[in-house]
Each structure stands twice: as C-alpha cells, then as structure tokens.
Design a protein around this ligand. Structure first.
Ligand SMILES: O=C1O[C@H](COP(=O)(O)O)[C@@H](O)[C@H](O)[C@H]1O
Length: 260
C-alpha cells in the first residue's frame, strides 16, 4: 500500500531538526507504550546526523526507554570500523554513545575489513540475515516492522544508498544490497532496498537547504522511483516529508500540510 506523503515545512533547518527530534521522541515513546518496545532505522547525511544531535540535546530524550529500543541503519558507507565517514561512527558520536542503549539491540552494518572482509555484497547478505532473524510472524516478511525509518534526501534524490538508475533501486527481491559505483563517495556502500524501506510503519524523509529543492520537487511531483529513488520511499502507515523553507521552495502550491 502506498501512503500519501504528508509535507511539513519548517522555517529553517534548525527548526526542522529540533521539531523532528521532538516528533521522534514522542513517536518512540508511543510505540513503547503500545508494544513495549520500539525500533528506529537511522540515516547518515547532514540532516540525519543533525537530528541525532538535536535528540541528544533535548531534555525530553529521557522519556525514551533507550534499553528497549532497537537501532538499525538504512545504509552504510562501506569503510573500515571507526572511519569518521561511516554513518555508524557519526551516529554514535551524535547520540548513541550518550544514551543507555542495550548494545545487543544496536545493529550496525558490517564495516569493510570486518566479518565479510572487503565484500560489500556479503556484508549486505549478512545484514539481510540479521533483519530476517529479528522479524516476527506478525511482520509478514523478512524485515521487522520498524516504527520509524529515517531517510536523508540527497540533491540527486537518492535515499539510503539507492542512487538514481543504479541497480540497487531496481531491486525487488533482496532486502539489502551491496552498492558499487555510487556517484557520492565512497563508491562502495550497503543499503536497504525499497521493499525493505516500505516495511516500516513510518518513513520520514528529511531535507533542508536550497540544494535539495529540486530533488524534493521532482520526487513529490510524480517522478519514477528508478530516476528519483526518494519517490519510492514510503511507510505502511505514514510517509512524512520534513523540510525547511529552502528545500520546499520549488514545490507547487497545495503540497504543504495545513499549519497545525
Ligand atoms: O551519503 C549519504 O547521503 C545521504 C544524504 O545526505 P545529505 O548530507 O545530502 O543529507 C544520506 O541519507 C545517506 O544515509 C548517506 O549515506
């Protein structure tokens, strides 16, 4: 099922990030109230990491029971463990090291030189197996029903490490793929596929800044997902685009949610 995207526009990137941090805390607390546990899929990139810094700085963060949160990643730059460009390294520095998570519930993608050596495809298959092992009968598939899946939107409309026209965005069978020849460095990556992304209850796409305005407009006005991967990212219950004014600047009239 495709959920109709809801577009929320904040005045500035800073407001977008702080409001999204509050929204994330509230959503995770609600999931823990309803189901006893919660799960989040993290993104890298400027906005995704800024969001984690904002959660860390929020006094409300203690409302989350961090020990009952499963943390996954939507994509990873296939680099050695601890490399500053790895999404995991940045997420740990921004938030994860500051909150009392259960280490067994934190699921980074393998680094290069790790359990799968330099084989990104094997690392992808390993992550797919980890997701499969974590999924329950009620998930109806090989991926858990994540509560919130976060995606930064690249200026070329990429999400996770699914880039326009590369094979990963066309994948319909596997839940995780190795990515080779990515146009944004590093060229080798590991990424959830669109079917895995769509297993999430809520998918939140983050974009701020004028360099994202074209991508936002293209993805929301009928582009195909092979040419504009962000167009194919949606959640089972909700798809939210969280923007600042600069990123929303090229959207036609009528796309914004009415002010709350
Ligand atoms: O390389 C990546 O880029 C995207 C978007 O990043 P941004 O800095 O343009 O917002 C990000 O979503 C992805 O996780 C990351 O690996």
């Amino acid at each position: 099922m495709t959920t109709t995207p809801q577009v929320v526009v904040h005045r500035t990137k800073d407001e977008m990030v702080r409001a999204t941090a509050a929204r994330l805390v509230t959503t995770l607390v609600a999931a823990q109230t309803d189901r006893g546990t919660a799960s989040v899929v993290l993104t890298g990139g400027r906005n995704g990491i800024a969001l984690l810094h904002a959660v860390a700085a929020s006094p409300a963060r203690d409302a989350v029971d961090w020990a009952r949160l499963d943390v996954w990643w939507g994509d990873e730059r296939f680099l050695p463990a601890g490399d500053p460009e790895r999404n995991e390294t940045q997420a740990r520095a921004a938030l994860l090291d500051a909150v009392p998570l259960d280490p067994a519930r934190v699921h980074p993608m393998e680094p290069s030189g790790g359990a799968f050596g330099d084989d990104a495809d094997a690392a992808a298959a390993g992550y797919a197996a980890e997701l499969d092992a974590a999924s329950r009968p009620e998930d109806h598939g090989p991926v858990p029903s994540f509560d919130v899946l976060l995606l930064g939107v690249g200026p070329d409309t990429h999400v996770a490490s699914l880039f326009p026209e590369l094979p990963g965005v066309r994948e319909t069978g596997r839940t995780v793929v190795g990515v080779h020849g990515a146009p944004k460095p590093p060229p080798t990556r590991v990424s959830l596929t669109l079917p895995a992304i769509r297993a999430a209850r809520e998918v939140w796409l983050l974009a701020a800044g004028e360099d994202k305005a074209r991508a936002v407009a293209v993805a929301l006005t009928g582009a195909g997902e092979v040419q504009a991967p962000a167009a194919g990212a949606y959640g089972r219950s909700r798809t939210l685009w969280l923007l600042d004014e600069a990123a929303a600047a090229r959207l036609p009239e009528g796309f914004r949610a009415p002010p709350a």
